[in-house]
Design a protein. Structure first.
Length: 113
């Protein structure tokens, strides 16, 4: 059970990685094959915030997504969120933070888009 209510939903679209065989990454016409798509419960806050990305540079984000425990998201995934008014945002994560208890157990994953 999550420590905060997760009332919204996000969709995570995986992309094929270079570890996959080339035949699995592209179709017969050379177009990339889309990866798996999963839906996760989340808490989404629409706010503008300056964060440090994975390269150590400052970046401006517009969404803060909180996921339960250690969520399986990566910087190559495309995350889609649709708010109550029907506005959809689809972007790759700028920053992913894992929040842990004193024991080291992960309790939350914060993703900034």
């Amino acid at each position: 059970m999550p420590i905060i209510p997760l009332k919204q939903k996000i969709t995570v679209k995986r992309v094929k990685t270079v570890n996959d065989p080339i035949s699995d990454m592209y179709d017969g016409w050379g177009r990339p094959i889309p990866g798996d798509e999963i839906t996760l419960d989340a808490r989404v806050t629409e706010e503008t915030k300056v964060v440090t990305n994975q390269a150590g540079e400052e970046a401006v984000t517009s969404l803060r997504i909180i996921l339960d425990k250690l969520a399986d998201v990566s910087y190559d995934d495309v995350i889609t969120y649709t708010n109550e008014t029907g506005v959809a945002v689809a972007r790759k994560p700028v920053r992913i933070e894992i929040k842990r208890m004193l024991s080291g157990k992960p309790i939350l994953t914060e993703v900034y888009l």
